[in-house]
Design a protein around this ligand. Structure first.
Ligand SMILES: Cc1cc2nc3c(=O)[nH]c(=O)nc-3n(C[C@H](O)[C@H](O)[C@H](O)COP(=O)(O)OP(=O)(O)OC[C@H]3O[C@@H](n4cnc5c(N)ncnc54)[C@H](O)[C@@H]3O)c2cc1C
Ligand code: SF4
Length: 499
């Protein structure tokens, strides 16, 4: 093949794998690889230090691995993606530029505009078109139905036509409150920072949050090590404590694999295979294995499918017309007496991560009941978490956490008072507030806001049969006026960073 005809394959920061569709089947001789590190993208949000470092470092490491394997690599640092591509085309005699379809709507539109050819994205097990076809055969699109369909068609954790273990769902054995025996949790290996990591850290703008300490895999071999470590040590107890929260333990038995999957370092199929093997080998129980596979084969693929089905309009969702700003305490700009919030913010500052229940029931729940603007909440979470991306944030934040889509994704809002957090965490017993109280100076803000939320949205929510119990309880409250007054005070203090 002549040099002139050699196509350029543009690889994005979340496509870091030689098996991506745009590189699959190509050799080092028959293409050159383009990476663009866009200054505009880096400056587009106030990223957590570990998040911006993770992506740029992982990109740089993958580029170096391709060079090592004999590829011609053009790693461009440019003011924008457009500029990077223009400079690349100017410096090389580029015939064609091809890329795997980006994971975001905006990314695909950009490539269309720039005339870059796209091949399908192969980083998921259920492509957008397959999901859309599945959804057309359904009256409703319940995650549970999608998950079972995935299990059957991909033959995951199946015993012939029946689910392994005789049941599809082991939730009854899972989701236990945190143990009170002071046990130690699986250790998480750290990957020593190398010269590339240090160089990246040096050239990125100063930002917020603790500096990288090797928690997040930046190469495929590190990600494989993390997977092996999780399967051996975290998986056996994953199910039982997947919803528990502890003040002094940020990850419990969670896998910390989302960033590796989202960047393409690992494919979900290899994660699922490793976890299913642990069940077959008898090293992990079915409740944990099923619970974990449900997350990756079910939830992760489901939100990917929903994102593509509902974009681009979905991003504007704001069912409750919520308009409150992000409270200073989320930004680490104010202290708080709410121990659950202080804990989740501390975990986030230190690691760029909190597990799903802190995301949903501490941050999301407060944002929902206070009435934080959904788009502001999504933007804040996107910039703060190491595994953030539009495709995964939009359904999780707008749909699941904030019910901003009016119930398209969830059958009822995930609103709850302090009772849930009291049961599932050790925060309340150390807190100045009382989770059982809804009025008074020491009333738990979650509890007050929960009743106030139901009250404020009576017109739109009371006909939801899944909330009939809650509305029945609300109608029996005799202190509703005091709740309203306290809720308004809580909202005000939260906005001012004085709660
Ligand atoms: C409000 C909110 C925001 C979220 N934002 C993100 C995000 O930006 N990026 C992200 O990857 N996940 C997000 N999630 C989903 C989930 O919280 C994280 O994937 C998980 O906490 C990552 O940690 P882990 O790898 O230790 O997960 P584990 O608890 O070990 O779970 C295993 C894997 O399942 C997948 N998974 C589980 N639930 C979901 C879900 N609802 N959506 C997508 N994948 C899921 C992830 O890939 C995860 O790695 C969000 C959830 C909520 C409620
Ligand atoms: S009492 Fe309320 S504010 Fe305090 S930790 Fe419990 S849920 Fe959080």
């Amino acid at each position: 093949m002549s040099e002139k005809a050699k196509p350029s394959v543009w690889v994005f920061g979340d496509q870091l794998n030689v098996n991506i569709e745009s590189l699959r089947g190509r050799s080092a001789e028959d293409c050159r690889v383009l990476f663009v590190e866009s200054e505009h993208k880096i400056l587009s949000k106030p990223w957590h230090t570990q998040r911006q470092h993770l992506i740029i470092s992982a990109m740089s490491h993958f580029a170096a691995e391709l060079v090592e394997a004999g590829y011609e690599v053009d790693y461009r640092r440019a003011s924008s993606y457009e500029e990077g591509l223009r400079m690349h085309c100017e410096d090389f005699s580029v015939g064609e530029v091809v890329a795997m379809a980006p994971a975001s709507w905006g990314g695909r539109k950009l490539l269309e505009r720039l005339g870059v050819a796209m091949v399908p994205n192969n980083q998921f097990l259920c492509g957008e078109d397959d999901f859309a076809a599945w959804s057309q055969t359904r009256k409703n699109m319940r995650m549970e139905d999608f998950y079972r369909w995935q299990r059957k068609r991909l033959d995951v954790l199946m015993d012939g036509t029946q689910p392994e273990g005789g049941r599809w769902n082991f939730d009854a054995e899972n989701r236990k409150p945190p143990p009170r025996d002071g046990r130690s949790w699986p250790a998480l290996g750290r990957f020593p920072l190398d010269q590339t990591d240090h160089d990246v850290l040096q050239r990125l703008p100063n930002s917020w949050g603790s500096e990288p300490d090797g928690t997040w895999p930046v190469t495929r071999s590190q990600a494989l090590e993390r997977l092996e470590e999780f399967v051996a040590e975290g998986l056996p107890e994953f199910g039982a404590f997947e919803d528990a929260m502890l003040k002094d333990e940020w990850k419990l038995s969670h896998s910390c694999l989302s960033s590796s999957m989202n960047l393409g370092l690992l494919h979900p199929s290899e994660v699922i295979a490793a976890v299913a093997n642990a069940y077959r080998n008898g090293t992990a129980p079915i409740n944990s294995v099923e619970g974990y596979i449900r997350q990756v084969l079910g939830w992760r693929e489901y939100v990917w499918g929903l994102y593509w089905m509902w974009m681009p309009g979905y991003l504007d969702s704001n069912f409750f017309e919520a308009n409150q700003p992000i409270p200073p305490v989320f930004l680490g700009e104010a202290e708080t007496e709410m121990v659950c919030v202080e804990t989740a913010v501390r975990h986030l500052q230190e690691t760029g991560y909190t597990h799903h229940i802190e995301r949903l029931m501490v941050f999301g729940n407060l944002a929902l009941t206070v009435g934080i603007e959904p788009q502001a909440m999504m933007d804040w979470m996107w910039s703060s978490f190491v595994d953030g991306a539009e495709w995964v944030m939009a359904p999780n934040v707008l749909g699941m956490a904030l019910y901003a889509d009016g119930g398209a994704m969830s059958s009822k809002p995930y609103a709850s008072g302090g009772a849930y957090l009291n049961r599932m965490s050790d925060s309340c017993r150390n807190c100045a507030f009382d989770p059982k109280k809804r009025v008074g100076d020491d009333a738990c803000p979650y509890t007050t806001l929960y009743w106030d939320f139901l009250d404020r949205h009576r017109d739109t929510l009371s006909s939801n049969h899944r909330l009939s119990l809650q509305y029945g309880n609300l109608s029996r409250l005799s202190d509703l006026e005091s709740i309203r007054v306290r809720a308004s005070e809580v909202r005000d203090r939260l906005r001012k960073g004085a709660l």
